[in-house]
Design a protein around this ligand. Structure first.
Ligand code: SF4
Length: 277
């Protein structure tokens, strides 16, 4: 690793673990793309220590799309497929009541072939205003978390369970998540990430189809159940939502999130500036 890269990683890591986060500043740098996929590990590979690959379906109805529809898409095709899904279905969607209060939909953004997809629960006020996911204070912290991993925000994919802002930033209701579910499943099917990082309870419980709380299962490798589109078995790392970290800004909580991210880095063979903290 170059000296500059080592310095970037060290500084960003300190930002995650240190007091800079309270200031809400976005670190400069983080220009590194995520190292390319290696042949040996695929998204569907069973995660170490997780349940069986063919876990039962989750809480939400599996969309009726075949895995073949999304298999072997080249990067430009992935970008086109994501744009098509956004433009032809999501932007004009009125499938649930959240359409009534939104300024605009927030589809998601990032690298169409990303190895890591971060999934939160829903857009907040800043996201509703800008149309981009995770751009408020919690989003700035997520960006720092990603930079601390030594990669750029642009090299991952970031989206939410629901694409419209719930009023007052409340948790999306199950029928709202169900209405939006096929968009999320198809996003993940197109991107085919090697790891999904779920941020907080709604995303973790929704995607894993579990009632276990985030405090209990964060940091443990899990797998996507059979949510359709050939995604079953995709490794999932649940961690705290950045907004929770901002509310519970303790060395313990920050350290736990950093530990979770380091597990992702280990799995993907990403270089670490300071293994073992
Ligand atoms: S939250 Fe999803 S399902 Fe509901 S209106 Fe928005 S895009 Fe459609």
């Amino acid at each position: 690793m170059s000296k500059n890269r080592q310095e970037l990683c060290r500084t960003a890591r300190q930002a995650v673990e240190g007091d800079l986060l309270l200031g809400g500043q976005i670190m400069a740098g983080g220009q590194n793309p995520l190292p390319a996929r290696k042949g040996g590990k695929k998204g569907g590979e069973p995660a170490t220590g997780g349940p069986a690959a063919h876990a039962p379906a989750g809480s939400f109805a599996t969309p009726d799309y075949s895995a073949e529809e999304f298999a072997n898409l080249a990067p430009p095709q992935k970008a086109q497929a994501l744009n098509r899904l956004d433009e032809s279905e999501v932007r004009g969607c009125v499938k649930c009541v959240l359409s009534k209060g939104r300024t605009q939909t927030v589809f998601g953004e990032g690298e169409p072939s990303a190895r890591i997809a971060f999934v939160g629960e829903g857009p907040g006020e800043d996201e509703d205003r800008t149309g981009r996911p995770f751009v408020g204070k919690a989003g700035q912290l997520l960006t720092k978390m990603i930079l601390a991993m030594g990669i750029s925000r642009e090299s991952v994919y970031i989206c939410n369970m629901v694409k419209c802002r719930p009023p007052g930033n409340r948790t999306p209701l199950p029928d709202e998540v169900q209405a939006c579910w096929s968009y999320l499943v198809r996003q993940l099917a197109i991107i085919r990430p090697e790891v999904v990082v779920t941020l907080g309870n709604p995303a973790t419980q929704g995607l894993l189809g579990t009632k276990e709380g985030i405090t209990k299962i964060r940091g443990q490798w899990r797998q996507l159940p059979d949510i359709g589109c050939g995604l079953a078995g995709t490794p999932v790392m649940p961690t705290f939502h950045p907004s929770y970290v901002l509310r519970q800004y303790t060395p313990d909580v920050r350290g736990k999130v950093w530990d979770d991210l380091q597990k992702v880095m280990d799995r993907l063979g990403m270089p670490k500036s300071n293994p073992g903290r």
